[in-house]
Design a protein around this ligand. Structure first.
Ligand code: SF4
Length: 343
């Protein structure tokens, strides 16, 4: 029997204000109780539906064959943390339920300012099998969370598809992604994923190349957003809880407010303004940001206001904002201590 056990003391304490809905933030430390991982022999025997890693990975737009820019290995999924997450957008975290977050280790983007670099770059976590992932889904469901929240799942797209084909949770599944996606893979998530929570990081290829080594970021982001809208249809929010739909998160970077505005203009052009947006002010320079003087500071209130004003002026009127107290290193998840034990 494998066991996850941890006492979690941190969360992303993002002090979000809702523009059109009225949920309150939730305080809290959460004790994540045991997750039993039962080996499912049948699943092991079942022929893998994954694309062969040996023939080259196509999980993200890098299509980097066997070089594994992201750091993942074949045939395993590495997970850094499983928790009841109380600090996602309020429509994902109803009071008393929270969101069932599974933080995957490694990342296909590796931003120089990453706040989770212990897991995204250093790969902290534990290797698990597909059947373990299914058991985690089941355990989170039993805990009564509002959704299964797959955090940074892109580089494990095919493994997750296999898991969801083996066990389909009865609660919504959230694809919580950097937005650097191959749109053809997003299409494969039809019927498996209910909510897309996409970051919108950059419009400019120069910025995305400089900070994330991905000159093609925005092209892939916007194509994937269009596909995501096609496959989930209209947003469905019942009693303040999202059941289906899309949320676009935008973290305003220092000296990049014009870029943020361009992102909103192009989202409006491609999918319209009837979409949830989450405008974040919580940027804190971390990881390698000290080597980039222009982003080695928090954003100013004026930078945030410029983006917010333009966003509302363009017609985006449902979503979430943050106040300036959210830009605090204390509000960043701590992945440096092991909080997931696999025995
Ligand atoms: S997910 Fe990782 S291994 Fe796959 S193409 Fe992207 S960077 Fe390469």
């Amino acid at each position: 029997m494998d066991l996850f056990g941890s006492r979690l003391k941190e969360g992303v304490q993002e002090n979000r204000k809702q523009i059109s809905l009225n949920n309150k933030d939730i305080e809290g430390r959460v004790k994540f109780s045991d997750i039993l991982i039962k080996k499912n022999i049948d699943m092991e025997k079942k022929k893998s539906t994954r694309l062969s890693y040996n023939s080259g990975c196509t999980c993200c737009p890098r299509h980097c064959a066997n070089k594994s820019f992201c750091g993942k290995s074949s045939n395993v999924v590495r997970v850094a943390k499983v928790m009841r997450h109380m600090y996602e957008e309020p429509i994902l975290c109803p009071a008393g339920m929270g969101s069932g977050a599974i933080f995957f280790s490694f990342c296909s983007l590796k931003c120089v300012y990453c706040q989770n670099y212990e897991i995204s770059s250093l790969g902290q976590g534990k290797d698990i099998k597909i059947y373990d992932l299914c058991e985690i889904f089941k355990k989170l469901e039993k805990m009564g969370v509002a959704n299964i929240n797959l955090v940074t799942p892109t580089h494990y797209t095919f493994e997750i598809i296999e898991a969801l084909n083996s066990y389909r949770p009865k609660i919504p599944v959230v694809w919580n992604s950097s937005g650097y996606e191959d749109s053809s893979n997003i299409n494969k998530l039809k019927g498996l994923v209910d909510i897309f929570l996409f970051d919108a990081k950059y419009f400019s290829p120069e910025l995305s190349a400089k900070y994330s080594g991905a000159r093609d970021y925005f092209d892939n982001f916007i194509k994937s957003l269009v596909v995501a809208r096609e496959i989930v249809g209209e947003d469905i929010v019942q009693n303040g809880v999202m059941k289906k739909g899309i949320i676009v998160r935008l973290l305003v970077l220092p000296n990049a407010w014009r870029d943020s505005i361009e992102i909103f203009r192009h989202i409006k052009e491609k999918v319209g303004t009837n979409i949830y947006v989450s405008l974040m002010s919580q940027y804190v320079p971390m990881h390698k940001a000290k080597f980039y003087p222009e982003i080695n500071r928090k954003i100013t209130p004026l930078e945030y206001k410029k983006v917010l004003r333009e966003m509302i002026g363009l017609g985006f009127n449902k979503g979430f904002t943050q106040d300036k107290t959210s830009a605090n290193i204390c509000f960043t998840p701590n992945f440096s201590r092991p909080t997931l034990e696999l025995k």
